[in-house]
Design a protein. Structure first.
Length: 500
């Protein structure tokens, strides 16, 4: 029997009324298991109206009230890790351990939100003039929206809403319609924790819902994670409608391997970072730049490791990598491998013919490794978002750095070396927002901010950490003068206020 996923508006499940539904498949079998309601403009408006009404009281609620609810939510989230991970595996396809890791990284931001009190402290300057004090405070912006991708259906929403609601905002989430159930489970846990009705809402939908959020006059800020073309569209459209925007786009993350690197460690890291979560993550390493004579040995070591990775259903404990999210995406990823040889690459591993016995209709693809890839090939230029690793060759550090910096993307990057001086140069010279030194996937911890440069980020502020707090609040400066009770009235002064 097909499951139905509806909206969550005003603290309760609201059945879809648009008449439009989207299919949700089990990527391991290819079978449609769920249908998800796709919101109309009117349904989006209903969610925004619920959030706006809730903001009237939530926006002025005490920090103690907000954080006590978030502490209860954190305990519930921790207790329901497995249940949320099972929903992710069933709809996204990633293996259970990977899904559990996603929930754990989301919990880091909930932890940060639970301690939000210190980050919302203002500033005070006393006696800036005779009996004049100046205070700087931060206040919530109002109703904010999050538009999140399919690859991390629990973690990416938790990059946004815990800080947003901790800062006093109310939230409307539009998760990916490809794997919507995790968002609904989170909404139920927030309600169980005591979050007032309307503070957190979920509307499922397609471009109709997205466009309405971007133009809605009662939404003050938009957070987005997805591909670069859509991130650019989100930023342009929402900004034109007067909203503050953080839109995180795509990536082509490079790993620079210097001749002095530990090649076994570099190969381990490359396989983990390129093929983990089936390559469906914006922080995947999709391009290795081998410097000097290490290229052949490094490719051999990567191939040896990649051939041992076990691919299978995400709910099989022995599986190390699951299927891709949809058949259409699987076919698109395969097309890059099919065209690689014609564009000059050596196809070391071709995973496009991979199937799993008993699951022949699943969205399967094996691991692909392309060597001696040119920078003008499709496999290098585009974000493939699948288990395809490109290896490029460079003669020197300078040549490798220039190659990386020439990319239009600037999300994450890494260097593998034993030379501290080279690593220091790299972290200062590379044009990317997140840098790993002998760390292949440098996703910052929750109290630092996540975000890239160039075409990987549109907007000024990164997500979560200090930037997240700043994004979900706005500053106000209050100048106060209380005359001394014994001071006589001084009369009218038409001059500019003096601070001396």
């Amino acid at each position: 029997m097909t499951k139905t996923v509806n909206h969550w508006i005003g603290g309760k499940t609201v059945e879809g009324a648009s008449g439009n539904w989207g299919p949700v498949t089990d990527p391991a079998t290819g079978a449609v298991t769920t249908k998800v309601a796709l919101a109309s403009v009117e349904e989006v408006d209903s969610a925004v109206a619920a959030a706006k009404a809730a903001f009237e009281t939530w926006g002025t609620s005490s920090l103690a009230q907000r954080t006590s609810i978030l502490f209860r939510f954190r305990a519930l989230l921790d207790a329901n890790r497995d249940a949320i991970a099972e929903l992710i595996t069933a709809e996204h396809g990633k293996v259970h351990s990977d899904a559990l890791g996603e929930v754990a990284r989301g919990l880091e931001i909930v932890d940060l939100a639970c301690g939000i009190t210190t980050q919302l402290k203002g500033e005070l300057s006393t006696q800036v003039s005779n009996r004049v004090d100046v205070a700087a405070i931060r206040q919530p912006v109002g109703v904010v929206a999050g538009i999140t991708p399919f690859n991390f259906p629990a973690m990416v929403p938790m990059w946004m809403f815990p800080l947003a609601i901790a800062c006093g905002n109310t939230f409307v989430l539009k998760p990916s319609e490809k794997d919507p159930s995790a968002a609904l489970k989170i909404a139920e846990l927030l309600a169980e924790a005591g979050l007032p009705d309307g503070v957190f809402n979920v509307v499922h939908g397609d471009k109709v819902a997205v466009d309405r959020l971007l133009e809605h006059p009662d939404i003050s800020a938009i957070s987005f994670v997805g591909s670069t073309p859509i991130a650019r569209y989100i930023h342009t459209t929402a900004s034109a409608n007067g909203k503050r925007v953080q839109a995180l786009g795509g990536a082509k993350n490079h790993m620079l391997v210097l001749p002095d690197a530990d090649l076994d460690a570099a190969a381990d890291a490359a396989v983990s970072a390129a093929y983990g979560s089936a390559g469906e993550r914006c922080m995947a390493i999709s391009a290795v730049v081998a410097v000097g004579a290490v290229g052949d040995d490094l490719v051999d070591k990567i191939r040896e490791r990649a051939e041992k990775i076990k691919i299978g259903p995400g709910d099989d404990p022995s599986s190390e990598m699951g299927p891709l999210i949809t058949k259409a995406h699987r076919d698109k990823v395969a097309s890059y491998v099919h065209g690689a040889a014609d564009q000059g690459a050596d196809v070391v591993l071709d995973g496009t013919g991979y199937t799993v016995d008993g699951y022949e209709d699943g969205h399967w693809i094996g691991l692909s490794l392309l060597d001696k890839v040119s920078t003008d090939s499709d496999a290098y230029r585009d974000e493939i978002f699948g288990p395809v690793l490109c290896v490029l060759r460079a003669d020197t550090y300078e040549e490798g750095l220039a190659l990386i910096n020439a990319s239009p993307f600037g999300n994450g990057t890494a260097i593998f070396t034993r030379d501290g001086g080279a690593a220091r140069r790299f972290q200062l010279e590379v044009q990317a927002g997140m840098v790993g030194v002998n760390v292949p996937i440098p996703v910052p911890v929750g109290y630092h901010s996540f975000g890239g440069w160039k075409d990987s980020l549109f907007g000024d502020l990164h997500v979560y950490g200090n930037d997240g707090v700043q994004f979900y609040t706005r500053g106000k400066v209050v100048t106060t003068r209380w005359p001394d009770p014994s001071e006589p009235h001084g009369g009218v002064d038409l001059g500019f206020p003096r601070n001396h």
